[in-house]
Design a protein around this ligand. Structure first.
Ligand SMILES: Cc1ncc(COP(=O)(O)O)c(C=O)c1O
Length: 362
């Protein structure tokens, strides 16, 4: 089967410059979408076909659309950055393409050739250049590639057709109000994922299953949930939609990939960035007792979460059904802020791209 080329069918009525600028003055996160989207269809026996850039528009779905019943749906999230030299680039999009296909395999969906994933993102960003916020701030154009089953019918089995779409949303920093440490809830009642389950896939059901725990966290005055392993309810996995790092002076540790947490691209990048900055960066196992004890004896100096949407966010306090504590002095730590700056500088073009991670589009 051949890889289709993306046909350009741009909108005859995009928003005016003034309308777009009004949105971009206060974009929020994930609230506004650009004028276009890229869509690509997959049909059994035919493969990927009808790749198009078309006006952003609602979809019409049959009530018996299989996604609505059996949730065969996966997604990705990455950002397009406008850099100081005027170019626009994404960060490690090949890693998103690879993770998308890992999610597809787990959910019994067809894989998308990585070059088509990249072409879809690049085509949309090229079309929507005016929607990429200016350089210098933390505003970006957030890209959301996703795929879902489109066969109509009931009965649990893989769909025989799918739709892949990329949409784009101009975005302010994920957490409004700057770098503010979050208070986390150690979720001992709910679990997010279990080995052999779908935790390592970016599939909608994982996020639906997180909502009751998020509500529980909120009812205890917490901003985010920290997920523990499903067997012992003891080993730290991740935080909401972000991975976690534990800073022990010059050594930083992130929970190892056990199959039940999402292999974050930010997490992976920070292992390298931290080593570049002279830290020892490792993957390991950290229990809730390790966390509490390390904080009490002062060996655990900082904790932070990381992910594409919110970059790096310090953890300032921890609560659970049995214990509450402030993480160190509750303020953003020095290592946290140094890694945050290093990552943002790389993405904005303020520092050299020594690992070839930036993918220039325009
Ligand atoms: C559950 C979960 N963990 C971690 C992450 C962080 O991954 P990344 O750094 O690739 O954005 C995400 C976001 O994609 C996520 O949804």
């Amino acid at each position: 089967m051949t890889t289709p080329t993306i046909e350009l069918k741009p909108s005859a009525h995009p928003l005016s410059d003034a309308e777009r600028e009004a949105i971009m003055a206060n974009p929020g996160f994930g609230r506004h979408f650009t004028d276009h989207m890229v869509t690509i269809k997959w049909t059994e026996g035919r493969g990927w076909h009808d790749a198009e850039l078309v006006p952003y528009a609602p979809l019409s779905l049959d009530p018996a659309n299989m996604t609505l019943h059996y949730a065969q749906t996966i997604f990705e999230g990455l950002k397009a950055y406008r850099r100081a030299d005027g170019t626009i680039a994404t960060f490690r999009p090949e890693a998103n393409a690879e993770r998308f296909n890992a999610s597809a395999r787990r959910m019994a969906m067809p894989e998308l050739p990585p070059e088509l994933f990249l072409a879809a993102c690049d085509t949309l960003v090229t079309q929507e250049q005016a929607w990429v916020p200016g350089a210098g701030g933390e505003e970006t154009l957030y890209l959301r590639p996703f795929m879902f089953a489109t066969e109509v019918g009931l009965g649990v089995r893989p769909s025989n057709e799918y739709l892949f779409i990329v949409i784009a949303s101009p975005s302010a920093p994920f957490f409004a109000g700057g770098v503010k440490p979050v208070t986390v809830w150690l979720s001992e009642e709910y679990v997010r994922a279990v080995k052999g389950g779908t935790g390592a896939a970016k599939t909608g059901g994982n996020y639906a299953a997180s909502l009751a725990a998020a509500a529980e966290a909120k009812s205890h005055g917490c901003d985010q949930v920290v997920w523990l392993d499903a067997f012992e309810h003891r080993w730290i996995e991740e935080m909401g939609g972000m991975n976690l790092y534990f800073v022990y002076g010059n050594k930083i540790v992130t929970p190892e990939l056990t199959g039940s947490l999402l292999p974050g691209i930010t997490r992976d990048s920070l292992l390298t960035i931290a080593r570049d900055l002279g830290y020892e960066a490792v993957e390991g196992r950290i229990s809730t007792e390790d966390w509490k004890r390390g904080n009490e004896d002062g060996t655990l100096t900082e904790v932070f979460a990381c992910g594409t949407a919110a970059v790096i966010t310090p953890v300032g306090a921890v609560k659970s059904a049995r214990a509450d504590w402030t993480q160190a002095d509750g303020q953003p730590g020095e290592v946290t802020m140094k890694l945050r700056k290093a990552l943002l500088d790389l993405q904005s073009g303020a520092s050299a791209d020594t690992h070839g991670w930036m993918h220039q589009i325009v």
